[in-house]
Design a protein around this ligand. Structure first.
Ligand SMILES: [Cu+2]
Length: 121
């Protein structure tokens, strides 16, 4: 009987952990008129990695790279045709024109670092 309880408890714990990892999508940071938007490049990730911005408005981002990994030294906005070099430890401003509505990904050169700009009307 107690084995059954332990088994059920174990299954519940696994489900809880799985739910945590699979369904807790990173919360998007909403950028109001506060610009530039600061993004930290650190530990293999952009922080924040998801940013909501108003569509049709110019967006300015300010990247600060704290990660010495060479592949993090460039940020690419593939669909916008914009790229920028990110010096280590020095904030780098990246100005983007008015964004069409939709999700615009930005990545490092090898696509390991991933971020999203979500432009909504
Ligand atoms: Cu990379």
């Amino acid at each position: 009987m107690s084995e059954l309880i332990v088994t059920i408890a174990g299954i519940l714990a696994i489900m809880l952990i799985a739910r945590w990892f699979w369904f807790s999508a990173p919360q998007a940071t909403r950028a109001e008129s506060r610009q530039p938007i600061d993004i930290l490049v650190q530990d293999g990730a952009y922080l924040p990695a998801a940013i909501e911005v108003p569509a049709g408005q110019a967006v300015t981002l300010r990247f600060t790279r704290r990660d010495a990994t060479p592949c993090a030294e460039k940020v690419l906005f593939g669909d916008l045709g914009v790229s920028a070099d990110l010096p280590l430890g020095k904030p780098q401003t990246v100005s983007l024109g008015p964004l069409p509505a939709g999700t615009h990904e930005f990545t490092c050169q090898m696509g390991m670092y991933r971020g999203r700009l979500i432009a909504s009307p």
